[in-house]
Ligand binder design. Sequence first.
Ligand code: NAP
Length: 248
Amino acid sequence: MNLQNNTILITGGASGIGFALAQRLREAGSDVIICGRRADKLREAQDKVSGLHIYECDLAQATDRAELARQVQADFPALNVLINNAGIQNRFQLADLPPSLEAWEEQRQEIAINFEAPIHLTALLLPHLRQQPNPVVINVSSGLAFAPMAAAPIYSATKAALHSFTLSLRQQLVSVGVSVLEIVPPGVNTDLGGPGLHTWAVPVDEFADSIVARLAAGEQEIGYGTSEKIRQASRAELDARFEQINSH
Ligand SMILES: NC(=O)c1ccc[n+]([C@@H]2O[C@H](COP(=O)([O-])OP(=O)(O)OC[C@H]3O[C@@H](n4cnc5c(N)ncnc54)[C@H](OP(=O)(O)O)[C@@H]3O)[C@@H](O)[C@H]2O)c1
């Protein structure tokens, strides 16, 4: 992927991995638009990276996705790259879930944000993207797509689904000239799942430097460290990884 002269929408780009990508892609010479729910985080990101464009939206809501797509296309007709990065991670035991509709609605958000939103936003923007030079869709999945963490059962399943969807989308879009790429992060030190849960993990800048270099080199599916191994693992290796992740 050529990193210069793109117009890139990064969902969830005000923090963590999304922000680290926004910084680097902006530095490389692209126009970068980010979105998220927290206005203060969006403004903070804008203060740190000059020229960053921001939109407030809740990607769990289909109406917000449609409005975001409409606004971004109107404001940035050159939009040619979508990075589906926004995500949440909930840890829970299904056996402890109260049998109320409210409790289910809370769990359902994770499916809506992590899986529904990338599909819907891609569908909304595809007619526009495919008319631009060098159109690209990048989905951010996870090493947990390949070997799930039982403590985050919906999260892991949404990422496995997103990986599967990415393969199908890539195949479908070959004929229309849209590149479909996948970033497969390992544990990265961000606030995913809540502050402090990922302090043991890979520093976000180290991770993002490697990802951006490999995007520039033209790779389609990019992991880092453990996720680079796991995305290519055999079934026996995946079973061993599952045991390792879930043994404590
Ligand atoms: N960190 C890791 O260990 C790790 C590992 C594998 C994969 N990933 C994936 O990497 C991606 C980025 O996560 P991260 O680690 O950088 O965590 P993060 O810092 O919490 O970033 C997630 C971003 O998504 C945005 N977001 C969440 N729900 C949203 C919604 N309903 N509408 C719009 N924006 C929403 C958040 O902004 P608001 O809260 O302001 O909306 C936030 O900016 C996620 O897809 C995650 O699953 C991370």
